[in-house]
Design a protein around this ligand. Structure first.
Ligand code: NAD
Ligand code: DAU
Length: 370
């Protein structure tokens, strides 16, 4: 079936993988990559598909209501996968307004434009989708617990279906109360609420997914894994926040993309699905793994001042999406991280283009006093 789908934030890390998957897998869909090209947007991420006939790039700010409403009309858009966001917690601590603008007002602007356009059609919301990509950070932080005095990680069960090594007894489920701690997560939580409100108030066919930490190729090197690979490769210090015992539930970006594909096509309107890899790691474990893989020395590690409001542990219970929609992650962390490190080593030019210029200003400002 022909569909016209807008993917916002398609020049970013996850967005570019989603665009690639949809352009290649669904030649009958017209994919419109809508992106403002902030510091995080990079069309070089999409070089391999930019000439495909079912792909189009539109440079636009999601806060530009008029422009987006016109695009909905001109392109007869019937699906929106919304990834555009300011996505980095540390930046949100320094500049919360930009996060409120893009993540909250931008999302509201898309919702309102989609509502007005779809409600003007004879078929109204029939066959339409507004799919909002969100984060597990909206749930706040879990305890890092070790009740039996066993050194973490210890075996536990996230549900009857999932068993994995975990750093605590509790997991985020879809009904976990929102409790965001950073300006970033507060802005994402707010956007999630607007999406739900448009479903409940206007009957907008929305779906929301809340995913754990992604890793893989094309991630901007402000985030833990590419930053550590790049620094380690260049013999630079590896800035570990606090004690390095913060836990994240890592998911390969390809697995996230397959989940997005599954949810768009099989997800139930109005529902929320958590996406995670059953793969909890402490930051320091990851840093040491990168050092070992690159054959460097642990003396590169530098424990620095902790991130304010730093969430201790995130961990997703993915039972709902695995049992109801049949999605499951395919990558093991060992395979995924090995491939990812290799990718960054082989794509030096991509990294060098990003880390010249503005990135160094950001880096010095962020880490100089650390
Ligand atoms: P990213 O920072 O790599 O990319 C964000 C993209 O959005 C960039 O291309 C940027 O140019 C674009 N953008 C920013 N502001 C815009 C605006 N006002 N108008 C139009 N485009 C704009 O982000 P990412 O890591 O790929 O995350 C994508 C989405 O997934 C975000 O919504 C994020 O909250 C969510 N998410 C990310 C992760 C993760 O681990 N990275 C995990 C769960 C959820
Ligand atoms: O959980 C999903 C979220 O994961 C997404 O919603 C966010 O967009 C994404 O940025 C990510 O947020 P985190 O804050 O978890 O990711 P980040 O890569 O910034 O940091 C991962 C962990 O590593 C975190 O505990 C902070 C720590 N860290 C990070 C950096 C950049 C360090 O110790 N040193 C660093 O230099």
């Amino acid at each position: 079936m022909k569909r016209n789908i807008v993917i916002t934030g398609g020049a970013g890390f996850i967005g570019s993988h989603v665009v690639r998957l949809f352009v290649n897998k669904y030649p009958e869909y017209h994919i419109i990559n809508l992106d403002k090209l902030t510091y995080a947007g990079n069309l070089a991420n999409l070089k391999d598909i930019e000439d495909k006939p079912n792909y189009e790039f539109v440079k636009m700010d999601i806060c530009d209501f008029d422009a987006f409403y016109k695009l909905m009309q001109d392109k007869q858009v019937d699906g929106i996968i919304h990834l555009a966001a300011e996505s980095h917690v540390d930046r949100s601590i320094k500049d919360p307004f930009t996060f409120a603008r893009t993540n909250v007002i931008g999302t509201l602007s898309l919702l309102q434009a989609a509502k007005l356009y779809w409600e003007s059609l004879p078929e109204k919301y029939e066959g339409k989708r507004f799919y909002h990509i969100s984060t597990d950070e909206v749930y706040g932080a879990l305890e890092l617990t070790d009740p039996e005095g066993v050194p973490a990680p210890f075996s536990t069960k996230a549900s009857s279906e999932n068993q994995h090594e975990a750093y605590g007894k509790d997991f985020f489920v879809e009904t976990t109360k929102y409790n965001p701690h950073s300006p970033y997560s507060a802005s994402k939580a707010s956007s999630d609420h607007f999406v739900r409100a448009f479903h409940d108030t206007y009957g907008m066919p929305t779906i929301v997914t809340n995913c754990s930490n992604n890793y893989g190729p094309y991630q901007f090197p402000e985030k833990l894994i590419p930053l550590m690979i790049n620094n380690c490769k260049n013999g630079k210090q590896l800035p570990v926040y606090g004690d390095g015992m913060q836990i994240r539930d890592w998911l390969h970006v390809s697995d996230h993309c397959n989940a997005i594909d599954t949810v768009l096509h099989k997800g139930v309107i109005g529902e929320i699905y958590n996406i995670g890899g059953n793969n909890e790691k402490a930051n320091i474990e990851i840093v040491k793994l990168i050092i070992k893989t690159l054959g460097k020395d642990e003396s590169l590690i530098k424990y620095v001042k902790d991130r304010p409001g730093h969430d201790r542990r995130y961990a997703i219970d993915n039972t709902k999406i695995t049992t109801q929609l049949g999605w499951a992650p395919k990558y093991t962390f060992e395979q995924g991280i090995a491939e990812t490190i290799q990718w960054y080593l082989e794509n030096e030019e991509w990294m060098n283009k990003i880390t010249s210029g503005d990135y160094m200003k950001y880096y010095d400002n962020m880490y100089k006093k650390a």
